[in-house]
Design a protein around this ligand. Structure first.
Ligand code: HAM
Length: 429
């Protein structure tokens, strides 16, 4: 007998997943809170394509960053266009700012966005290849107050989501004026300790010395803690800017930690950078949000010099934490009545009644495909609705409907064209 060919079982790609209905309330909550808060802070929504010219990320995010050199998804097209799935939102939003003439509008331009990003990383807890971010970007203003406002937004957001154990870490990376001197000091320091470094750090020493401070390898930690700090090499302008940011945060009573080893994994940052971590005993801190100032990105992408600041938070990690911390979210719609139908005529009338109730703003649950009255009454009970509306063969003929009070069990028959008024009267009571 020939062997029956087994059907292939499809699975979502590695590091990617379905966002299931049971989690939808959490996702909606984070997006709604983020969106409302962003609008309160004067941000407007923007959506950019999921795919962009790969060069935008190579020049924007940075050629030597892990995100670009190791994690980008390149997209093959028939025309051989050099496209990539966006690994992060900032370069695309900066491109949109330039392409759509936003530079000629009143500045600053404050934009927010959310959606999937793609990074070909090794999947692990809280690390996905299709990850979701919510981001803010402010273009056209270099004031320190906007850096502080971006951090204030994060602080506000996490509080509103009921996530209190966050810790904000902040640093300043300086600007093209002062960074070369810092880079030299860092290289000088690390070159003298080269033999003790991990292979990755030896590579970073050549390609991207700032990232040396990001190393998590045990053997590099003692070297890292003694490394020169960027804040000790800032020019007057950067020092003044950083001081102002910290003063604003103090005024707002937002707690933060100065972390001289904070560097971020993207190349465009200048001056302020920050990251928001979740602290859990016995676990290494998890980054929930990150951002900073990037005053040279627009210029590096071919635009006029335009200061900018922004941040993004990871929706996947926040949703997981909210579930773990048992944050309460509203689950599904709050149904007021349940439509119980019996027989073909009853079902037809019920379909119509459902529409009428919907128009009157009365949320009605139903189970139109079910035949059994018992099963339908059970569903009504489970949902905790106040009334069941029962429409059988007889009621369909008489143009009536039975209103059953679910708590007392008392039933009353009313004409179908009076049922909305009758329900409204009862809800008022
Ligand atoms: P980022 O630090 O690369 O910054 O990402 C921001 C947040 O996205 C992280 O703090 C983390 O919560 C989440 N995230 C990153 N990678 C993953 C992953 N593989 N799985 C799950 N969550 C992840 C940016 O992307 C910048 N565009 C932020 C920014 C905006 N800077 C200025 N403006």
């Amino acid at each position: 007998m020939p062997k029956k060919k087994l059907q292939k079982e499809f699975q979502s790609p590695k590091g990617m997943r379905d966002l299931l209905p049971q989690d939808a309330a959490f996702w909606d909550k984070v997006i709604n809170v983020g969106q409302e808060l962003a609008q309160d802070y004067g941000f407007q929504k923007i959506e950019t394509p999921l795919i962009e010219d790969a060069e935008l990320f190579i020049r924007g995010t940075g050629e030597t960053t892990d995100i670009v050199s190791k994690q980008m998804y390149f997209v093959k097209t028939a025309g051989n266009a050099n496209l990539a799935l966006r690994p992060e939102g900032t370069p695309g939003v900066a491109r949109a700012y330039m392409e759509n003439g936003m530079a000629s509008l009143a500045q600053p331009i404050k934009l927010f966005y959310y959606g999937p990003m793609f990074r070909h990383e090794q999947p692990q807890a809280g690390r996905w290849r299709q990850l979701y971010q919510f981001g803010l970007e402010i273009f056209g203003d270099g004031s320190a107050v906007l850096d502080a406002q971006t951090i204030q937004f994060c602080f506000h957001l996490f509080r509103q989501l009921g996530l209190k154990k966050v810790n904000i870490q902040i640093n300043s990376l300086g600007c093209p004026q002062c960074r070369p001197a810092y880079r030299r000091a860092l290289l000088d320091y690390y070159r003298h300790r080269k033999e003790k470094l991990c292979p990755d750090c030896k590579r970073r020493l050549k390609e991207n010395p700032l990232r040396l401070l990001d190393c998590k390898e045990e053997k590099c930690q003692p070297i890292k803690t003694q490394a020169p700090a960027s804040v000790d090499h800032l020019c007057d302008d950067c020092r003044k800017h950083f001081k102002e940011v910290l003063e604003f945060l103090d005024e707002l009573e937002i707690p933060y930690f100065l972390n001289s080893a904070l560097v971020r994994g993207l190349d465009y940052y200048t001056k302020t950078i920050f990251e928001v971590f979740w602290d859990e005993e016995g676990a290494s801190p998890m980054a929930l949000a990150g951002g900073g100032r990037y005053d040279n990105l627009i210029k590096d992408l071919g635009g006029k010099p335009t200061p900018a600041v922004g941040m993004a938070f990871g929706l996947d990690r926040i949703v997981d934490l909210m579930k773990k911390e048992q944050v309460k979210v509203a689950q599904g719609p709050n149904f007021k009545v349940f439509l119980v139908q019996l027989g073909a005529a009853g079902r037809k009338k019920c379909l119509k009644l459902f529409e009428k109730l919907h128009q009157a703003g009365i949320l009605a649950a139903e189970s139109m495909s079910r035949d059994s009255i018992k099963a339908q009454m059970k569903s009504a009970d489970r949902l905790g609705v106040k009334f069941a509306l029962i429409l059988g063969q007889q009621e369909a003929l008489d143009n009536t409907v039975i209103i059953r009070d679910m708590q007392s069990g008392v039933q009353e028959t009313v004409p179908q064209d009076k049922v909305v008024d009758e329900l409204k009267k009862r809800f008022k009571k």
